[in-house]
Design a protein around this ligand. Structure first.
Ligand code: GLU
Length: 425
């Protein structure tokens, strides 16, 4: 069988292709040379499957797409408190290159605007690092994220450096308030090198899926970031990733995302997917016009909106309950997280078990999280306290640690031990 996903991505590209609104960024002379017609899309699952369509091998520079990843690296290297000392986590609602710092403590408001990104870059490889060593640390980090050796576009780098007055003034401001220690020129030049790293739309999807996957690069299996770091990064991306368009983006698309003036756009669905598009014409907020269109379609058609309540609560975690005089078997299904466990415990509280044994049957569940496991065990313990025997049927060992809060273990049985009407699971 051939997977339909690339065809599906192609269909999305066909739907957005005719929108020729917007213009290629030209404030960096080298960027102005971009071919405006390029259009590509890619998707990478947290299981490491990569799909793409259109101009998926064309290389372009990361620009601001680098910002969430460098923020993540700083969090990984230094921890939240040190990073928060120099950059906030609030949406700015302003343009990417706004000359703005917090009024009271002079920190940039978030790491997705240039002021914040320049400050964060300067933390990488230690604040005392030589600029060249810092750049190499960044380049190798991005290469690990993409799963291949990435290079820096020299022409882009020098072209941007020639027009960096605004970023230089940001760096001077940051230095003036002791937010950065580097010479303003060094700080901007390192930041510009990071912006000039070259990727394809497939690389972007894989990099984004690494954030979705708790920091494990899903294709290579390389553990690059902690899950907590990914959670923080995605949180900031969701409120500040799309510049002054961030609020509307969250409402209309609902996928934590980041755009870059090269025309790339990446979105991250925690636990599920990394998505990326590439199309160089930008709207007035600096986001790719056809990228935004494509993301709107993807979000709607695939039900990817993070705030969607349509599908999330669809599966009842209690599949069925079977009972005879001596035995109640409760068959569970789906992912047992807090929400699911609460539903199960509520149902247990309301049930009349008669007497004998109460069994939770776990062979149809797709997984558990810590809170889900803890609540299931606590529910079972309480059932036992009120005079029943308890057990689980758990052929896949989902409840690996069966120790309950009183130190005893949940007894484990085989399906045939709990046959009702002669019919085991
Ligand atoms: N290197 C660009 C700048 O600092 C990045 C801007 C962007 O992609 O939004 O101006």
């Amino acid at each position: 069988m051939k997977t339909p996903i690339p065809f599906y991505l192609q269909e999305i590209l066909t739907k957005v292709r005719d929108n020729r609104d917007g213009a290629v960024a030209d404030y960096i002379p080298e960027l102005a040379k971009a071919e405006p017609e390029y259009l590509g899309a890619a998707m990478c699952t947290t299981t490491g499957h990569v799909y793409s369509a259109g101009d998926d091998e064309v290389e372009f520079t990361l620009q601001s797409l680098s910002k969430p990843f460098v923020y993540a690296l700083a969090l990984q290297e230094l921890g939240l408190s040190a990073v928060r000392d120099i950059v906030g986590m609030e949406p700015s609602g302003e343009a990417f290159n706004e000359l703005s710092l917090n009024r009271d403590d002079h920190r940039p408001v978030n790491p997705m605007i240039n002021a914040g990104a320049i400050a964060v870059t300067q933390l990488i490889n230690g604040v005392d690092s030589e600029p060249a060593a810092r750049v190499e640390r960044l380049r190798t980090y991005f290469s690990r994220l993409a799963g291949r050796d990435l290079l820096i576009d020299d022409a882009m780098r020098s072209s941007e450096l020639e027009v960096s007055e605004r970023n230089l003034s940001l760096a001077h401001m940051l230095r003036n308030y002791d937010i950065i220690q580097d010479e303003a020129h060094d700080a901007v030049s390192t930041y510009v090198e990071q912006c000039s790293i070259v990727v394809t739309v497939r690389d972007l999807a894989v990099m984004s899926a690494t954030l979705a996957n708790g920091g494990v690069q899903p294709v290579t299996g390389d553990k690059i970031l902690d899950a907590d770091v990914c959670r923080l990064t995605l949180s900031v991306m969701s409120s500040a990733g799309m510049y002054d368009g961030a609020g509307r983006w969250m409402a209309e698309v609902g996928i934590p995302a980041k755009s870059g003036v090269s025309g790339g756009l990446l979105g991250t669905l925690p636990g599920q997917l990394g998505v990326a598009t590439f199309s160089p014409r930008l709207n007035k907020e600096g986001n790719s016009v056809r990228g935004v269109d494509a993301f709107k379609l993807l979000s709607k058609d695939m039900g990817l909106h993070l705030m969607s309540t349509d599908e999330r609560y669809g599966v009842n975690p209690v599949r069925k309950v079977e009972q005879d005089a001596e035995l109640t078997v409760i068959y569970l299904q789906g992912l047992i997280n807090f929400n699911a466990a609460e539903t199960i415990l509520y149902e247990l509280m309301e049930s009349d078990f008669g007497e004998g044994t109460v069994v939770l049957e776990l062979s149809h569940i797709t997984g558990t999280n810590r809170m889900g496991r803890r609540m299931l065990k606590e529910g079972l313990r309480r059932i036992r306290e009120s005079g029943f025997d308890i057990a689980i049927v758990d052929p896949d060992g989902e409840l690996e640690d069966r120790t309950m809060s009183d130190g005893t273990k949940v007894p484990k049985g085989e399906p045939e031990d709990y046959a009702i009407n002669g019919e085991p699971v």
